[in-house]
Design a protein around this ligand. Structure first.
Ligand code: CP
Length: 383
């Protein structure tokens, strides 16, 4: 085997007897050796590629794995509500997510930043995106993630939520991620435990990490929120996503149009920075983004919603109604979607107009940033 040391034993290129192609070995301090093919037979090209890879991994990984305490603009140990988040605090989450967007595109997605930390997913309500993206985020940062299967827990034997939380608190977790149908429950839990608490959706109240990932998706596409007009359409009454997004997007400087049937728009939503419309044509005029919401059948009592076909005709987003917005307007939806009820299936899958898959991808990055920031703050300021 031919072997050339380029940075002592931290960087080598080598060629096996049975191969013409040079291989690269990168060994960073306290890390397992990384072996990558240079995909070239030419020694000088292989050396250049090796140096490029070494610089990338040494800089990126050392920055990402640097677990000395940081001074983030967001200084709290819990993330419960978007309401009252200041602009610099929101921007802190968005900025810290940037490095994870890049990191998540790498082949190897594993850091030691939260090694030895324990994160609990406590989902008292169904979830696909939020639960799995927090799991992916925690594991990519090196934390141990415990999914508590609440359907099989002692809650079913009559244990109170308070007792469940006290029990989990005694295991010294670092972060509790809580989804629950009761409004305000994450706030209550945060007063009972030493761990950081993240509200992953409490009834119709708030879902702050969803709104942060939506803001990140918009920032990646448009760069700035100033001059943006964003329509939030559908079942506003039951939507924690709408409430959190109204707070975050308007704090960042966007103009918000709320659109939906009267029965699905809450009366307490009147704010100076938002406009309310009861028809799509008027509400979508000049909008850059059309954010559709799921009809929350499980929270709707019959009187609010009777006919899905009629609803789609008036409020379901299809290409024709999207035409009322700006020419290049883009579509968002937090998921899960009711295809053919609030959104046309073809439009939802049209990657030239729909940001729905991008939102899911941004969800992992934003949740990595949230875990990093909250645990950092817990270490720095205490709980
Ligand atoms: N957007 C959202 O919260 O999706 P899940 O219910 O699947 O987590």
């Amino acid at each position: 085997m031919k072997k050339i040391n380029m940075k002592e034993d931290h960087l080598q290129i080598y060629k096996r007897e049975n191969s013409n192609v040079w291989q690269i070995k990168i060994k960073l301090p306290n890390k397992k050796a990384l072996r990558i093919s240079s995909r070239t037979k030419v020694k000088e090209d292989a050396k250049n590629i090796a140096l490029h890879k070494y610089n990338f991994f040494s800089k990126e990984r050392i920055i990402l794995d640097n677990n000395s305490e940081k001074n983030f603009q967001y200084k709290k140990v819990h993330l419960i509500e978007s309401k009252n988040l200041k602009k610099n605090e929101i921007e802190c989450f968005l900025m810290e997510s940037n490095k994870y967007i890049k990191f998540n595109k790498q082949k190897i997605k594993k850091l030691n930043l939260l090694k030895g930390r324990t994160v609990f997913n406590l989902f008292f309500e169904d979830s696909t995106r939020t639960r799995t993206s927090f799991e992916v985020a925690a594991k990519r940062l090196g934390a141990d993630l415990i999914n508590v299967a609440l359907k099989d827990s002692s809650i079913n034997k009559g244990e109170t939520l308070f007792d469940t939380m006290t029990t989990i608190n005694s295991m010294d977790p670092d972060v509790l991620i809580v989804r629950h149908p009761e409004e305000g429950i994450s706030k209550k839990i945060s007063t009972m435990v030493k761990a950081c608490v993240i509200n992953a959706g409490d009834g119709s109240h708030e879902h702050p990490t969803q709104a942060l990932l939506d803001a990140l998706t918009i920032k990646k596409k448009f760069g700035s929120f100033i001059k943006l007009k964003i329509a939030i359409c559908g079942d506003i009454l039951h939507s924690r996503v709408a409430r959190s997004n109204i707070e975050i997007l308007s704090t960042l400087g966007a103009k918000i149009n709320i659109i939906g049937p009267k029965t699905l728009i809450p009366i307490d939503i009147q704010q100076s920075n938002i406009k309310i419309y009861y028809n799509m044509k008027a509400g979508l005029k000049n909008c850059d983004i059309v954010m559709m919401l799921r009809i929350q059948k499980e929270r709707i009592v019959g009187k609010h919603f009777t006919n899905e076909k009629e609803y789609f005709k008036k409020y379901g987003l299809d290409y024709k109604k999207l035409g009322y917005a700006k020419k290049q307007a883009l579509v968002m939806h937090p998921g899960p979607m009711n295809r053919g009820i609030e959104i046309d299936s073809k439009l939802a899958d049209d990657v030239t107009r729909s940001l729905i898959q991008e939102q899911v991808s941004m969800g992992v990055a934003i949740r990595m940033a949230c875990l990093e920031i909250l645990i950092n703050n817990k270490d720095k300021y205490g709980s």
